[in-house]
Design a protein around this ligand. Sequence first.
Ligand SMILES: Cc1cc2nc3c(=O)[nH]c(=O)nc-3n(C[C@H](O)[C@H](O)[C@H](O)COP(=O)(O)OP(=O)(O)OC[C@H]3O[C@@H](n4cnc5c(N)ncnc54)[C@H](O)[C@@H]3O)c2cc1C
Length: 320
Amino acid sequence: MELAKVLGLGPSGSAFVATYRNAIGVDSSRRYFKACGEAVPVETPLVDRRYIVDTVRRYKFYSWRREVGEVAYSRARWHIVEKAQWIESMRRGGASGEGGWDILVKAGGPYQSVGEKIIVARAYVEGRRLEDETAYFVFPEAGVGFYWVFPHGGVLNVGGGFLGVSNPVPYVLKFVEEWLGGGRVVDVRGAPLTVRPTILLHDGEGFRIGEAAGLVYPLTGEGIRPGILSALALASALKTKRPLETYRRQLEGIIRQIEFQKRLLGLAQRLAGGGNLLELTDDSVLREYIEENLSAKALFAAVAKKPLEGARLVAAILRK
Ligand SMILES: Cc1cc2nc3c(=O)[nH]c(=O)nc-3n(C[C@H](O)[C@H](O)[C@H](O)COP(=O)(O)OP(=O)(O)OC[C@H]3O[C@@H](n4cnc5c(N)ncnc54)[C@H](O)[C@@H]3O)c2cc1C
């Protein structure tokens, strides 16, 4: 088995090291501490139960204070994890030692990705309680992006990111005051997120996995599950005769979804005032959004129920 050197030990790199076995991992920071919503769909591989601190089975969508939709499930749909501890536990796996290597794997996340990035901020907030097992998505009246409030084992994980906003921290703090009605902010930090990724699975020098390969969903910012799936896909593709082809084939579904969401994001930006695309839709589309099955068909079927908005949407597409 060829020896792989992995640059970056976030969810993708550490999942690769934990799975491929003959890998040496290095990271530019000693501990993993990146800001995150820490939400993963329950089917995400390699999630260790010891690091699950909460679950989500209900989703509420707001246009600022006005509730615009709700999707509920009878069972947990997301796990909320202590991401840093979980990633640290995976980092321990893998081969060690210095020297030569046969394959290079870039897993440096947004620090290595190609495409437009924004800074997204999150804060832990104590002393406020919303409904249990519920995730809130709040779309501001202007701008493209959203705030979120996720439960996190007794505290709230609150964050936000918007196209064209280079420092969202003041926005998130204001959101805590105005929307949430206050609370103790115990930690606030920001990190980059690739919102219009260029998919790059191999750059001539090495393979890429996770966000470094552009595998992050533009509409939701979800990057952990696609990152882990890409790590597992590459680990198994490396055992085949044509690793790059096999790797690309295994990721086809995810890539198609990312390209579609990228177009939707562009559309949302072009709609009047950078309007909120999801507000044009109904609960069935919100459900698709959560389940990451958002398809052109579902979106258009829902928009067709609102002809005025539908006409604006078609006009926006024609302007493309
Ligand atoms: C505020 C915020 C909230 C988010 N919320 C969610 C969420 O709730 N759910 C979700 O699924 N996704 C979320 N995301 C996206 C998610 O965090 C990332 O897409 C995911 O962590 C990508 O994993 P990764 O391993 O590919 O990269 P990263 O997690 O970015 O890890 C990359 C690692 O590589 C290291 N590194 C960088 N360059 C080098 C180098 N040259 N050499 C060595 N090491 C290097 C870094 O130190 C880092 O440890 C959020 C992102 C942000 C910013």
